[in-house]
Design a binder for this molecule. Sequence first.
Ligand SMILES: [Zn+2]
Ligand SMILES: [Zn+2]
Length: 268
Amino acid sequence: MEAGLVDTHCHLHMDNYRKDRQAVIERARKEGVTLMITIGIDLGDSQAALALAQGEKDVLCTLGFHPHGAGRVTREDLSLLEEMARHEKVVALGEMGLDYYRDLSPRRVQQRVFADQLELAKALGKPVVIHCRDAYRDLIRIMREHQAYQVRGIIHCFSGDWNAALIFLDMGFFLSFAGNLTYPRAENLREIFKKTPGDRLLMETDAPFLTPQDRRGKRNEPAFIKYTYRLGAKLKGLELEDWINQVAINVRGAFPSLPNLHYIESLP
Ligand SMILES: [Zn+2]
Ligand SMILES: [Zn+2]
């Protein structure tokens, strides 16, 4: 079977799609999206992510605590997450990480909640989806302290410099690029994308956020990932088909439990 488009990071279960979620999913399928991974950001939101994944055969999910809400995470939340994370449709933990750009939770607490989730991922044998803004130094330190190379995973919506990129690649991580790759002023990001080995890249929408340039101003949705794929192929000097195939291989590398879901026909 031909590989399809994979949106490795969207928030499809969120309220932004309350009124037309089914239509949004249908539009994605029509554009050739064969797999969508919907990403949890807190306990309640992660429950919603898992519920959606259980209801749609081409939707998988991750569960986690975003740094924005780290200040509200309790011990009990972490063990509830651990329970839920055993479900086979949960293909990674996250998003987790550090965000010093918005600084919505105290930095110390962000760091602790991130470290706790890295340990949890290690215990569960699941990869991690990492969110980082303006905090690469601390993020890398914590990843080293907690042997993140053992769990591996994805740096989602990569926004760091080439030095940070090299460190993540060294640790076995994948770099994922969102719709902001298409923005006129994202020249630095496109340079990093070009330099990153093609077998370590992923594509995402981060929908409903970061709508690609072609649709900028609208709510983002998984169907729009085609724009980011098109640019990705161009930057890599590949035919779109070949780029789609390469990313499908990368998706399997990034989410090692996918083969267990062989009953899903649309797996890359
Ligand atoms: Zn994020
Ligand atoms: Zn996100």
